[in-house]
Design a protein around this ligand. Structure first.
Ligand code: F6P
Length: 351
């Protein structure tokens, strides 16, 4: 064999062994990945984006960002990202990619269009950071069009089934706790009762955690029967033993504003005057806590690693203190358990 032929055959062997290595490391043969946020924003989403983009770069993938969730994808709003596009964003609330709620994505025809756009843009795989509504869309897109998709739980409500944690919850609770502490100062100074409404459309998780952490006298869930007699008795007992303030935490439920009804009823039927504070979207903003940042870094990394390992449709769930991959089907519902035992804790500690 001539030297030229020897060189050519050596080169061929190297290329073949590289291909084999790539297939083993990257059975999905993914060369590009796009990340998007969807649904309500949550503090820590930027950390997820940074982690996924930099892990992708480290593993030789071309990362893209999809602006404004499914709505942006349908408009082809897909941009290439590099290490500097995600620099200096960890400490910032919101999401640099922005987000949206996109009811049209329930339509199969719309999802088909989305899949075509991804193919036209040369995107091989998708990472979706959002809640269970976003995961429903992602799961359908994968099932119908075989696009590899990894979901990362991101919602302040922490209400996704199949994961103990979703990015943003700790920050939202911290923000609300700081606000309620301030309300307690003024409530005490004026010997007042305050009703504070916190977020959580289908979940009382924020209300429970804030109520326990702030020593609230009562926590109210919109879907439950509200025991006004018990609320009245708790406030009266506290006053009898010299308490100067009472805080009632209300989970907003489907229609924010329940606190107005509670205020009216307490005044009309029990002669209790109260002040109101609806914390609202303040809970969705602000710099993520260290806990949210740490878990977001781990989930972003795990999502890319999963794609490289050949996963085609999973969620980076937080379970038993670790980030684990679980099927989408585990995460498409709202969490059912209401952590009701915390209510007893609140009652016992607020005497
Ligand atoms: O993202 C979750 C959440 O903040 C819920 O707690 C709240 O009920 C809902 O979103 C509000 O949504 P929007 O900002 O679209 O009104």
């Amino acid at each position: 064999m001539t030297q030229k032929k020897k060189d050519a055959s050596a080169k061929k062997e190297t290329v073949q062994s590289q291909v084999k290595k790539d297939v083993v490391l990257n059975p999905n043969n993914i060369k590009s990945v796009a990340i998007m946020c969807s649904g309500g924003d949550a503090p820590g989403m930027n950390v997820v984006i940074r982690s996924a983009v930099r892990t992708a770069l480290g593993m030789g993938l071309k990362p893209y960002g999809i602006n404004r969730g499914w709505s942006g994808l349908l408009e082809g709003d897909v941009v290439p990202l590099d290490a500097s596009s995600v620099g200096n964003i960890m400490q910032k609330g919101g999401t640099i990619l922005q987000t949206s709620r996109c009811p049209e994505f329930h339509e199969p025809e719309i999802r088909k269009e989305a899949a075509n756009i991804l193919r036209r843009k040369g995107i091989d795989a998708l990472i979706v950071c959002g809640g269970n509504g976003s995961f429903n869309g992602a799961w359908k897109l994968h099932s119908e069009h075989d696009i590899p998709i990894i979901g990362i739980p991101g919602t302040i409500d922490n209400d996704i089934s199949g994961t103990d944690y979703s990015i943003g919850f700790d920050t939202a609770v911290q923000t609300a706790v700081e606000a309620v502490d301030k309300i307690r100062d003024t409530a005490h100074s004026h010997a007042r009762t305050f009703i504070v409404e916190v977020m959580g459309r289908k979940s009382p998780a924020i209300a429970l955690h804030v109520g326990v952490s702030c020593g609230a006298e009562n926590i109210v869930f919109p879907n439950d029967h509200i025991d006004f007699e018990a609320i009245h008795a708790d406030i009266a007992r506290g006053m009898d033993r010299g308490k100067q303030s009472s805080i009632i935490i209300v989970a907003e439920g489907e229609t924010p504003g329940l606190c107005y009804d509670i205020k009216r009823k307490l005044a009309d039927d029990y002669d209790i005057s109260s002040h109101l504070c609806i914390l609202g979207h303040i809970q969705r903003g602000g710099k993520p806590t260290a806990l949210d940042r740490f878990r977001a870094c781990r989930m972003g990394y795990r999502a890319i690693k999963a794609l490289m390992d050949g996963e085609r449709a999973s969620v980076t769930a937080y379970l038993e203190g670790d980030v684990k991959l679980v099927p989408f089907s585990n995460c498409l519902e709202n969490k059912k358990e209401y952590e009701k035992p915390f209510l007893e804790l609140v009652k016992l500690l607020a005497i």
